[in-house]
Design a protein. Structure first.
Lengths: 399, 261
């Protein structure tokens, strides 16, 4: 029995009323967006801008009431934040997300005249705001419930499945679905090309970056120069670098036939890959270098004392200990490369950026979304996946 | 990655005066040359693109393009700095601490959003022109500032704050006279990242109808005129380098001031 046991534990004592302010305000934002902004937009054909429809027109009285109830449910539960309420909130958020495509089906039934085969339904500002805020709620709930990344990811996969099922079987009128159906082969090959470009660029720069980091450790003079050059490269805007590579590569391709046979040309994959690798090197080299340097000298000394040779010390001690930070570099690089590859579409490298720039050119916003949304999802998935991997590989971390 | 507050406090850097303005002046001079005297380099561009009818981009003067580019980046920078620093301060106060985990998570998650995707998502909502690019730049530039403001304010040791409190300082005084000055180098590093990224991203605005330094690049790529591309790319690169080296000087001076005190 110490003095500490006799003191009251302050955390269990509620000083009055402690609602979860974050969730309450998020719930209010969603309600405001739902009633004030356009829920869906309806356009008679592809190019004409859609006319917006509010909650009542889109869902009818019963639907709007149900949505309002569900959204206020989040705020009401958040007023008394207990562990059980947080779990209920998690369930509610997932249910609302899964019900959203059903709502679209309802408004497609209510708004779209079956006589007009060209008519298409677009998700309005309110839909995007609510979806985004629900994701914020999910992040907040994950932090409050101390969940690992696995559970929310699985739940989101379930939600994605629900959306996919609805899109495949009852949402032919949704503009995004129509855009996809009009060019599904093209879409799939664009995704494949995007992933191919990113993975080639990232794997080449991992190899180059590792080699460069090793050389830097050996020759100290190289370190300053290399970092200066890589930093300089990072300041040059991607669009400018892609553009600047066009001229010399086109010149090489016309004047050195051997290179042209190898596929080097001013426009297309080669300049895109060169620029992507150039951009990817800085984060990789920086993280590899710091990762290898930060391994504590005591550990290495101990390894030496155990009779390990230099090679063994590197492969069995230094590298495993450096791995999490190294992977962090790979994560940053890959996410960055996914975004940059979109820009590479401008110089004819293909990938999902093609849809964005074509859509912008034709003022077809749904096509822009068809390019932008997968890029966003790809970036988030890679970020989560590599983040989880780095967490798992941390020595003494999750096992 | 970012310099921690404690590092910049403990290491007293030697204060060199002469060479630190060298780079911004050099890059700035080159930028001015490329903006005002682009046509003087006509023979060079003629050599790059011998067959083209026009080798100097003339749909708008480079001065105008530079002005518009700076206007867009400037507006976005002012708004992001005000909002970002205010948000960072708000969630580190007692009354705003409920929002801290969410905002911190969001600031790191936001780096995942590719700028092109953000821009592409802004266009359907806001239409073509300068507005979507400004909004996209604001959203994208906000996150480094928020993240670094949080890191800077949280990096201030609690002993220092306690000492300030014990000296009888009020919370506002602690914030303005203790926390913010100590966090300033880290916050400035965030602003530097944000502005540098935004100068590059603003060029993408040319694809959504905002006229700026991205224009020559896009029209060069579309028409197959390499000379235009080189002119646009060169000017943007010089602008980015000028601003970046200015921030470098600013950061160095700030660090020097903190270690002098």
């Amino acid at each position: 029995m110490s003095l500490m046991d006799a003191l009251p534990t302050p955390r269990l004592r509620w000083e009055g009323w402690h609602p979860n302010v974050v969730l309450v305000s998020l719930s209010l934002i969603m309600l405001a967006a739902f009633w004030l902004l356009d829920v869906v937009s309806m356009a008679p054909n592809r190019i004409v801008l859609g006319t917006g429809h509010g909650a009542l027109e889109a869902f009818g009285w019963p639907g709007a009431l149900l949505a309002t109830l569900l959204l206020s449910f989040i705020g009401i539960l958040a007023c008394q934040p207990t562990h059980r309420h947080y779990r209920a909130l998690l369930a509610a958020v997932i249910v609302i997300m899964a019900l959203m495509p059903v709502g679209l089906m309802a408004s497609s039934y209510l708004l779209i005249d079956p006589e007009m085969p060209q008519a298409r339904l677009g998700m309005g500002a309110a839909y995007w705001v609510v979806l985004f805020v629900l994701l914020l709620c999910l992040v907040e709930l994950r932090l409050r419930l101390n969940l690992t990344r696995v559970w929310p990811t699985l739940l989101l996969c379930g939600v994605a499945l629900m959306w996919w099922l609805c899109a495949a079987f009852g949402l032919e009128t949704l503009a995004l679905v129509q855009e996809f159906k009009a060019r599904d082969q093209q879409f799939l090959s664009a995704v494949a090309q995007h992933i191919k470009l990113v993975s080639i660029a990232v794997s080449v720069s991992i190899v180059l970056g590792l080699a460069l980091a090793m050389l830097m450790r050996r020759y100290a003079r190289l370190q300053k120069g290399a970092f200066a050059v890589l930093n300089f490269l990072q300041t040059i805007p991607s669009l400018a670098l892609f553009g600047l590579l066009l001229a010399p590569l086109a010149w090489l391709a016309t004047n050195v036939p051997f290179l042209a046979q190898l596929g080097v040309s001013g426009i297309g994959t080669t300049p895109a890959l060169i620029a992507l690798i150039g951009y990817s090197l800085l984060p990789i080299v920086r993280n590899t270098y710091t990762a290898l340097e930060q391994v504590s000298p005591d550990t290495l000394e101990a390894a030496k004392g155990m009779g390990m040779r230099a090679g063994q010390r590197f492969w069995q001690v230094r590298l495993p200990l450096a791995l999490p930070v190294l992977l962090e570099g790979v994560r940053i690089t890959t996410v960055q490369a996914i975004g940059l590859t979109a820009v590479a579409a401008l110089i004819g490298a293909g990938g999902l950026g093609t849809f964005i720039f074509q859509g912008l050119g034709q003022a077809a916003m749904d096509m822009v979304l068809l390019g932008a949304l997968p890029i966003l999802m790809l970036a988030l998935v890679v970020d989560a996946g590599l983040g989880a991997l780095a967490e798992a590989l941390r020595p003494g971390g999750t096992r | 990655m970012e310099t921690r507050v404690s590092n910049s406090l403990s290491v007293a850097q030697p204060h060199k005066k002469a060479p630190q303005w060298l780079w911004p002046l050099l890059w700035g001079a080159l930028l001015m040359m490329s903006v005002f005297a682009m046509s003087a380099a006509e023979p060079l561009f003629r050599w790059i693109e011998p067959d083209a009818r026009q080798v100097i981009y003339d749909r708008a003067g480079f001065v105008t393009l530079l002005g518009r580019h700076l206007f867009v980046v400037g507006i976005a920078a002012v708004v992001t700095i005000i909002v970002g620093v205010a948000a960072g301060i708000a969630v580190t106060r007692r009354w705003g601490s409920d929002f801290l985990p969410l905002v911190a998570q969001l600031a790191s998650l936001g780096q995942t959003f590719p700028p092109v995707a953000v821009l592409a998502l802004a266009v359907p909502v806001l239409g073509f022109g300068t507005l979507p690019i400004i909004v996209a730049l604001m959203l994208y530039g906000l996150l480094p500032i928020v993240r670094n403001t949080l890191a800077g304010l949280q990096g201030v040791e609690s002993e220092i704050k306690t000492a300030a409190h014990a000296m009888g300082m009020k919370p506002t005084q602690i914030l303005c006279q203790v926390e913010l000055p100590l966090a300033a180098p880290v916050i400035l590093a965030g602003i530097r990242t944000s502005v540098t990224i935004n100068i590059a991203t603003a060029a993408l605005g040319a694809t959504v109808g905002a006229s700026n330094l991205g224009d020559p690049i896009i029209s060069g790529i579309v028409n197959g005129n390499m000379a235009y591309v080189v002119q646009g790319a060169l000017t943007i690169a010089l602008l980015a380098l000028t601003i970046d080296s200015l921030f470098e000087v600013l950061q160095r001076q700030l660090r020097a001031r903190i270690s002098d005190d």
